[in-house]
Unconditional design. Structure first.
Lengths: 319, 319
């Protein structure tokens, strides 16, 4: 029998998702693993990949010889064609050839790309952007990532550093972003941005049911959803402000690119359901040219938390 | 002897530039013609092209049979591949096949593209962006236009409506733009935006040597340069503010695309010399990711007022 399984990984800042796909693109085994500490997964991407792949193979009871290929999405600037990590935040590696390292270990082809780029690839091949030639993707989580499909292929720009919409400045006098700029999209519309707003309001003596999580510096997307559903005023304001600026950034990218579709993915979008996309749809008309607006659709990612896993699979299938 | 001349046109809102190129890409005849009234040239692009081409042929003393092809850059949404004007501001045409009309008239191939796209093409083929794969172009005049070369070819997006950086919202509470939005790049950094600022200051009783031009609603770029050189405070403020927002927009496009080069062209840039580009260079570091900034150059258009003429030539030569 031919090698029939593909192992795909979504390596995030606080957790790792893994899936074993069979030859029908069905997920036959899943893994979700918290990294011990915030940022821990970035300590050593290679070690994490090897450990998680071995754990999955054993737990799923499959044979190593039945594995066709392995692929992963990970944070950082990655040369997807060559499988080289050019730059990753908090990592000493520069121009690290991780493909060779993993292929030598497991003896099967290995592919890796920037996590958000891979997520947009997944939505383009198997999800909400299927069949489109020009796609803009926003992935909202702890931070804010971007991805572009242009003229029918993944676009990463010079030295694979493009699609950083998260750091589009929307108000140069706005709040400080972790990147050092002021008023970036990420500083308004990511979980980091929403927490900063809530922290500011708490410092003014206002109450919120998310106070403890904000103080710890980590809100779960589901808790955010709960707080909004229960009409917690500070949470509602943070979320409305996040949507407002995401609508402006969406308008800017629609004007710049004229995509057929804008896709919203990531943990926050997944937890908030269609609520965000509807709010953005209601507002975006004010922030882009009517003639361009009329030929673009705004959609929630169709693969939910699995966008990056399916994108990893698409990298394997493209070979 | 083979047909040796190409006729290229830059059809603007208030003037038309024309050039006859010989087979060595030398300009052997030039024409600069004001349109009677503001916006007049858009009344009938076809009529204007025919009239100007006939006038140039006659004045240059060349024979019609020596003309190889004609090409033009014009405002509007244009399908450059098909030679079809999809939409042009103030024009009743939709999906107008201007290629057929001109080719029937002169019996030679005709090419047309959006003026700023064609200008960026010119800079890419023969000017400041030669040899680059990813180029972002800002063209500053009465309005503000954008152009993109991505992965080694002109990118226009879905239905050729992309690269509208002029309407990137940089402050949603900013001044009203002619497009109906607030705080667009064009509302800050174009001549229209600078005039609006000066008009506002004049309404507060401040003096400027450009008062008359501002009241008439048309500042010549050279007058703007003169006012800045003579340290007219209102003009200096308008120009500094224009540069500031163009630096923010530049940072946003650098983050989104990771180009090798950003090109600044158009009448205002041409008149202001290197001053704008130097100001933007000094400021842009605050508005883009350092890792992306380090691999991008900021340059003034090398072909000056002729970017669009050379871009038109490049459309002919690409066939």
């Amino acid at each position: 029998m031919a090698k029939k399984y593909n192992i795909c990984l979504d390596i995030g800042g606080t957790k790792i998702l893994g899936a074993i796909f069979d030859e029908n693109r069905e997920i036959v085994y899943r893994l979700k693993k918290k990294t011990k500490e915030k940022g821990d997964s970035e300590e050593n991407v290679e070690k994490v990949i090897i450990q998680v792949v071995e754990e999955m193979i054993e737990a799923a009871g499959i044979k190593k010889k039945d594995i066709h290929a392995i692929a992963a999405g990970a944070p950082g600037v990655i040369d997807q064609t060559a499988g080289i990590i050019l730059f990753s935040p908090n990592l000493p590696w520069r121009n690290y050839d991780i493909r060779i390292a993993i292929e030598n270990k497991f003896g099967v082809p290995f592919y890796i790309g920037n996590d958000v780029n891979v997520g947009v690839l997944g939505e383009w091949k198997y999800g909400a952007a299927k069949g489109c030639n020009n796609v803009v993707g926003f992935f909202v989580g702890t931070g804010m990532g971007g991805g572009l499909i242009l003229d029918g292929k993944l676009f990463t720009g010079h030295k694979h550093k493009g699609a950083e919409f998260g750091h589009m400045v929307l108000n140069a006098e706005g709040p400080l972003c972790s990147c050092g700029q002021r008023g970036c999209l990420e500083a308004f519309s990511s979980k980091k941005g929403m927490m900063a707003y809530m922290r500011q309001q708490m410092s003014r003596g206002r109450k919120t049911m998310l106070a403890e999580q904000v103080e710890e510096g980590m809100i779960k997307s589901k808790m955010l959803k709960k707080a909004v559903r229960e009409a917690d005023p500070v949470a509602v304001e943070a979320v409305d402000r996040a949507c407002h600026y995401l609508a402006i950034a969406t308008g800017n990218m629609i004007n710049a690119i004229s995509p057929e579709v804008v896709i919203y993915g990531g943990g926050v979008i997944e937890a908030m359901g269609d609520q965000w996309v509807e709010k953005i749809q209601a507002e975006v008309d004010h922030y882009c040219m009517p003639s361009i607006r009329e030929t673009v659709e705004l959609k929630k990612a169709a693969l939910g938390d699995d966008s990056i896993l399916y994108g990893a699979l698409s990298m394997i299938e493209a070979e």
